[in-house]
Ligand binder design. Structure first.
Ligand SMILES: [Zn+2]
Length: 76
């Protein structure tokens, strides 16, 4: 009988830990989304919005990648 009780307690504990992990994951994903939505800059070549810290800046023009910077310069 005591074995059954022990198993039951273990199942309840596992369920509680699992719920904690799910809550933690939810919190981290919502907070990271908030950071991404903070400062977005438009690429001068393709028009895609890129996070400010990932953007490539050249003479006050913003580009989503080194490739787009070069393509825009080749156009001129
Ligand atoms: Zn681009």
């Amino acid at each position: 009988m005591s074995r059954l009780l022990l198993i039951l307690v273990l199942i309840i504990l596992a369920a509680l830990i699992y719920r904690r992990i799910l809550q933690y994951k939810k919190q981290t994903t919502t907070s990271s989304k908030r950071i991404v939505a903070k400062n977005m800059v438009r690429c001068n070549y393709c028009g895609v919005h890129v996070p400010e810290d990932e953007v490539i800046n050249d003479n006050n023009h913003n580009y989503s990648s080194e490739e787009h910077k070069q393509l825009e310069q080749n156009k001129q």
